[in-house]
Write a new protein. Structure first.
Ligand SMILES: N[C@@H](CCC(=O)N[C@@H](CS)C(=O)NCC(=O)O)C(=O)O
Length: 203
């Protein structure tokens, strides 16, 4: 049995960890669950041992992402990668998931147009985030966010951007050519393909 166990919830951030493990060439044991009514099943939460009941959850704790290949040694490049690692959750996911929660939680019998109005109001943040990403991708010297190699920036940002596009969270019909091209490049890496093959991840 491999020493690392990844508790993987379908259609979730768990794909980041699976892709990371594949890029690092680490063997891992997979515990997989579909969602039930959009949530993780209670038994899966309990069994994972994560008191928050959120996924991905890694059992082992010894994993580090400070792997040379994924976090550049050059200080300027490293700062840039770290910026994306934080922005993936604190900016992109924060703004987009607010829209998802509005969709899930505004009562279905609310006056007509309530969800749409809330969504439109919240979309400005997402669109400004995506415009920033679109511009930064045009400045990259390679196929990925920080050049021609996958870094932790891609691993964190790919899920946020893919989720936003797949669920049309705040995009309001806008098209993002560079983002779509970069998402394809991420999905075509051997590590990502192996992660999807092993976990069955789909959005
Ligand atoms: N900050 C955590 C967030 C984890 C999280 O919220 N995971 C969601 C799926 S993306 C989850 O487990 N939801 C299951 C539930 O709420 O039942 C991370 O980035 O890993």
């Amino acid at each position: 049995m491999p020493p690392i166990t990844l508790w993987f919830l379908q259609a979730s951030r768990s794909i980041r960890t699976a892709w990371l493990l594949e890029e690092l060439g680490l063997d891992y044991n997979l515990k997989f669950s579909e969602r039930v009514n959009q949530k993780a099943p209670e038994e899966f939460k309990t069994d994972s041992g994560n008191p928050l009941g959120k996924f991905p959850t890694l059992q082992d704790g010894a994993l580090t992402i400070y792997e040379r290949k994924l976090l550049p040694h050059d200080p300027k490049e490293r700062v840039k990668v770290r910026q994306w690692v934080h922005a993936a959750e604190a900016t992109f996911a924060l703004h987009a998931i607010a829209i998802l929660y509005a969709r899930w939680n505004i009562p279905k019998d609310a006056p007509e147009g309530t969800i749409e109005a809330a969504e439109k109001g919240m979309s400005a943040n997402v669109q400004s985030d995506l415009s920033w990403l679109e511009t930064e991708l045009s400045l990259s010297q390679g196929r990925f966010l920080c050049g021609d190699h996958v870094t932790a920036a891609d691993i964190m940002m790919q899920f946020s951007a893919d989720f936003i596009m797949a669920r049309e969270l705040g995009t309001q019909g806008r098209q993002y050519t560079n983002i779509n091209k970069w998402l394809e490049a991420c999905k075509n890496t051997e590590g990502y393909k192996r992660a999807v093959e092993k976990t069955g991840h789909k959005l």
